[in-house]
Design a protein. Sequence first.
Length: 96
Amino acid sequence: MHEDKVAEIQDYLVRRIPDVRVTSHFDFDRDAQRFRIRHGRMATHILFVDEAAVNHHSRDELIHLLDKAVHHLRLTAPEVQVRLTTHGVSVQQAEV
């Protein structure tokens, strides 16, 4: 995934979730950019953005999917992972 797109997504997450620290790296096992979102005293959440999703969706569609992902991140426990795919937003229980 291009660095400018990663920076754009990271900036968007920082603006949408108050009191947050976001770090990211490319997860080669999942072929997705992994965003680790830690806000305040709350636990860390994980958001995966598939490279195929970034290439498949328009900018407006991607923003809409990010809004849905942020909504899930705000509602769920830390053991839930949210992933943006070419088919939309996928929410999965993380392995413990």
